[in-house]
Design a protein around this ligand. Sequence first.
Ligand SMILES: Nc1ncnc2c1ncn2[C@@H]1O[C@H](COP(=O)(O)OP(=O)(O)O)[C@@H](O)[C@H]1O
Ligand SMILES: [Mg+2]
Length: 361
Amino acid sequence: MLVGVLGGGQLGRMLAMAGLPLGLRFRFFDPSPEAPAREVGELVVGSFDDAQALDRFSAGLDVATFEFENVPLAAAERVAGRVTMHPSPRALATGQDRLSEKMLFREVGVGVHDFAPAGSDAEVRSAAATLGLPLIAKTRRMGYDGKGQKVLRHEADVAVCWAELGGVPLLLERLVPFEREVSVVACRGVGGEFAAYPLTQNTHVRGILRESAAPAADPGGRLGEEAARHARRIMERLGYVGVAAVEFFVRGGELLANEMAPRVHNSGHWTIDGCQCSQFENHCRAIAGLPLGPTAARAPSVMVNLIGHVPSAAEVLRLPGAHLHLYGKAPRPGRKVGHVTLVGPDAVAGAERVAALSPIT
Ligand SMILES: Nc1ncnc2c1ncn2[C@@H]1O[C@H](COP(=O)(O)OP(=O)(O)O)[C@@H](O)[C@H]1O
Ligand SMILES: [Mg+2]
């Protein structure tokens, strides 16, 4: 079975590393000849608006998917017109717009903090007056790793917000004084089968995920069950096939949904080493119409993202239960170049060592 993946980043690379043993083969589409997935499959280099390149990519595929949520919708739709695509372009479209994500959460009864869209400077001012400060303004589209965001604490921030964020449609949200951030990674099969991984606790530094620990502290398992129920309702509403993640704030012990990703997710990387069947394998299984695999954690796990710095492999691998994953990317400030997952009783101490060995640059 030949799987086509729009995007050839580290997520695509890890999908292939999980799918190859299942007998799947991979072809990637990416604008860069240096795409990290080039080492694990065929790479079609092209621009997402090059219809001919997209058609060359689509020819002979059995199924298509995407690993990058900012794939232009028209490109996804063109490929989906020729070959079955999981998840669907509709799910991609929802995940590309912060406003449609939040409206979907509300529609299916998932708790969200207050928000309002703003399409002009005047609308920023009136939304700020209605919601009250402090707020966080986010571009509705194309934001990632905390990019395209601005915290509004004072009237002066409101006044410059529209211009500073580039004069594009925004979503204004109440700034949530959360106790912690958690996420759920879940998978839905072609027949509607559903499985969710244990709740994961995430720590961000300057808007970029630095660390994910799983299973998250969750007395009685209440939050994990609720997060999985939420993910299931969202996925059912979208007729979703494959892996998706939903990020939440925990505030007063309750979940507030922040955003979703219609793809495998950084907060699920620990499942490669910490679970019997990783998020990458389960995404492959789901889109190939195969039975889903078990999602229980083998042991407590902590994943540390390597951001802008590649540590010495020998020093990392000396730590008990350490698994090193490098993406084959040149280090640049703020760029995720790999991750380390520590599995077992020493995971928390090991994660502290990795963070010290590999400072964020
Ligand atoms: N409404 C909010 N209140 C408090 N913190 C927020 C809020 N929205 C975002 N953040 C912080 O910024 C991080 C990145 O924002 P997010 O909406 O997840 O965008 P992305 O991950 O696409 O860059 C969040 O994980 C959280 O730490
Ligand atoms: Mg996020």
